[in-house]
Ligand binder design. Structure first.
Ligand code: DGY
Length: 324
């Protein structure tokens, strides 16, 4: 008998067809609206596998009645939306999709850095709203990227991708990570420093650590106060890592120069959020991995993880390895 699975959002058709070959599939058909929690809870009572996105909070309360659930396959590399401990207690495998999104996310991170440094969205708006009267020496001037110092907080796969791009711009790259990476240092010519040193020296600080209790509010008032007045903060990881209240004040009081944000504590971010009122903030709707090819690869990898688990094998990207 085919296993039953629930998919929490419309996924690419080719991936859906593949899943249908092996499973009885029920899918939340909406593209832009997340499945309501009570619908998901009801579905979880009877399915063997869950295919979900980072928009679903899979917590212990939701898992309570998931009597036959064997696997939660998250179509994302981050899995802070899932209570992994609660899943492990019930013997439910949790999987994610690392690797396939590395380069697209590094591209976006670098694009956001450049857009913020050179005030690209603001300049475009300036032209479109008829404010451009004449070329002027200091009109819409920004910060240089070429030859500047970049500090990467979290040297994982995406951090390495960003460092490779930065080297093409002749940047000095500093990094801070839980553990030092001598191989990466010699291959990419990057330098390990303590977080405090990184914040003091960098022209650009890029956040690339996963969200956890340990990294929550990692960048708050004290850390922001160590940055230069001309420096720029870029966050493409998760919202809660940077304290948004403290960031707002640092930007408003010109303690730092600008910020580029692809992620927020609450997503979608409210249009009334104070950060959106500042001209020196470039905002994006969590599109780090959003290239067509990469999103298809992520959907396929999430499907493979799910099918492997349901076939009784160890999925390639098992998060809770303690289950082995
Ligand atoms: C992830 O995969 O965790 C990103 O945030 C979305 O691609």
């Amino acid at each position: 008998m085919k296993p039953k699975i629930y998919i929490t959002r419309k996924i690419p058709d080719s991936t859906l067809q593949k899943l249908k070959e092996h499973c009885h599939v029920t899918m939340w058909e909406e593209e832009e609206t997340p499945v309501p929690r009570d619908v998901l809870k009801e579905q979880l009572k009877t399915v063997d596998g869950l295919y979900c996105l980072l928009t679903e909070q899979i917590d212990s309360e939701l898992l309570k009645e998931a009597a036959q659930l064997k696997v939660i396959s998250n179509m994302a590399v981050g899995f802070n939306n899932i209570d992994v401990e609660a899943a492990s207690e019930k013997g439910i495998m949790v999987t994610n999709t690392p690797g396939v999104l590395t380069e697209s996310t590094a591209d976006l991170a670098f694009a956001l850095l450049m857009a913020t440094a050179r005030r690209i969205p603001e300049s475009s708006e300036f032209l479109r709203t008829g404010k451009w009267k004449a070329w002027a020496p200091m009109m819409l001037t920004g910060q240089d990227v070429f030859g500047a110092t970049l500090g990467i907080v979290g040297m994982g796969r995406i951090g390495e991708g960003v460092a490779r791009r930065a080297k093409g711009f002749d940047m000095e790259v500093l990094y801070h990570n839980r553990s030092r990476k001598p191989d990466v240092e010699s291959q990419l010519g990057v330098t390990y420093v303590e977080l405090e040193e990184l914040l003091k020296q960098s022209d650009y600080v890029m956040i690339l650590v996963p969200f956890s209790e340990e990294t929550k509010n990692l960048i708050s008032e004290k850390e922001l106060s160590l940055m230069k007045e001309t420096s720029i903060l870029i966050n493409v990881a998760r919202g809660g890592i940077v304290n948004e209240h403290d960031l707002y004040h640092a930007l408003k009081d010109q303690k730092i120069w600008a910020a580029g944000l692809d992620v927020f504590e609450q997503e979608p971010v409210s249009l009334n959020h104070p950060l959106l009122s500042l001209p020196n903030v470039v905002v994006l709707p969590h599109i780090g991995s959003a290239s067509i090819k990469t999103r298809i690869k992520m959907s396929e990898l999430a499907a493979e993880n799910l099918l492997q688990a349901l076939a009784g094998n160890t999925p390639q990207h098992l998060v809770n390895k303690e289950l082995l």
